[in-house]
Design a protein around this ligand. Structure first.
Ligand code: FE2
Ligand code: FE2
Length: 353
């Protein structure tokens, strides 16, 4: 495996060179603007550039077609801003890392599971790494469309949902969870985990393909309202205070209103986006619905959402074991918040798949 480094300054090229050290052969290390992508010789490209600079963006756009032939495209950004992450995915990143990054983290990213030194990268339609990268790019572009008041590409979301379903049907949920937790962060990680868990829940119940598609679409869109929630609240390490809770709890209604203004979003998806935080005992939000008003799709999405949130990878705390997360769900079902038979059926997804 060979790596190419592209940076917008000599200092960044040197810093990445130091991070990679002797661990991987570097085919070329070049300044953006003068770089050409060596698609056939490299299996991974590391790009370190300020994505607020229009010259960098246009240079990367010029490279993007050739860049798409390289299977691993890691973008290193300086500050964790949603705009920079969205921009990186829009310019072709398959994963985005925020500085400061450790050599271990960068190398892990470049040497994905099954892609060892000397190996060819895996290239399959059901490869979880590729489906997750396409999913993150799709969610990033939906977030950016919402912030900029532009139409959302619903067809792309459906296609990505189908790729995720195929990946999970063939390679299993465990591989999906491991891939997403290792390579994606924050809201993108969460949405991809929820989609994978919901799809696997549907598959485990033997739902027909159109029903699994509806479930995956609902999961892809469910937290779309978070596009308008400040990152300081969204990605805050630790507990939120009361004011921050009020802000975050606005996301189902924001998501509903954004999607309602788009053409082609079904009532059922709108319902799932607005009501995925409702509980059967009426203690959820935003509409305090009771059991009679919460449909099957929403019930399945809510269980998948809670489970995925519990088992997320966060840099500031250890990842919760699937067994512990399932105990929490069982407890919630025994308190009347979640449907008991559905949580029982979810046991197989949570623990054995
Ligand atoms: Fe949510
Ligand atoms: Fe969520």
């Amino acid at each position: 495996m060979c790596v190419q480094i592209i940076g917008d300054s000599k200092a960044k090229l040197a810093a990445i060179g130091n991070l990679i050290g002797e661990k991987l052969p570097v085919a070329a290390s070049e300044l953006l603007g003068k770089a050409r992508v060596r698609g056939r010789e490299t299996h991974a490209v590391v790009v370190a550039a300020d994505l607020r600079d229009v010259n960098n963006i246009s240079a990367l756009k010029d490279l993007s077609e050739n860049l798409s032939h390289v299977s691993k495209r890691v973008f290193l950004i300086d500050q964790k801003s949603r705009l920079a992450i969205v921009q990186a995915y829009a310019l072709g990143a398959t994963s985005v890392l925020t500085n400061p990054v450790t050599p271990q983290k960068l190398l892990r990213e470049l040497l994905t599971p099954g892609m060892n030194v000397g190996d060819q990268p895996a290239a399959s339609a059901t490869d979880p790494g590729q489906a997750a990268a396409a999913g993150a790019a799709c969610i990033a572009s939906m977030f950016s469309a919402i912030v900029n008041g532009q139409p959302i590409n619903l067809g792309e979301a459906r296609n990505v949902g189908r790729d995720i379903t195929n990946s999970i049907a063939e390679r299993g949920l465990a591989e999906w969870l491991a891939t997403v937790r290792e390579h994606h962060e924050g809201t993108f990680q969460h949405c991809l985990l929820v989609t994978g868990v919901a799809v696997d829940f549907g598959l485990s119940l033997g739902l027909k393909a159109p029903d699994v598609d509806r479930l995956s679409a609902a999961a892809m869109f469910h937290d779309i309202g978070k596009a308008k929630i400040p990152l300081a609240v969204l990605d805050k390490p630790g507990r939120l205070d009361a004011d921050e809770r009020v802000v975050i709890e606005m996301h189902p209604v924001i998501g509903y209103e954004v999607l309602e203004s788009q053409r082609g979003v079904s009532r059922e998806i709108l319902d799932a986006v607005r009501h995925h935080h409702e509980y059967l005992d009426g203690s959820g939000y935003p509409d305090k619905l009771g059991a009679a008003d919460i449909g099957d799709l929403v019930r399945m999405l809510t269980i998948s959402d809670i489970f995925a949130a519990l088992i997320e990878y966060r840099s500031y705390k250890p990842t919760m074991a699937r067994e512990t997360a399932y105990e929490i769900l069982s407890d919630m079902s025994s308190k009347g918040k979640l449907e008991v038979p559905l949580v029982k059926a979810f046991r197989e997804v949570a623990l054995t798949r």
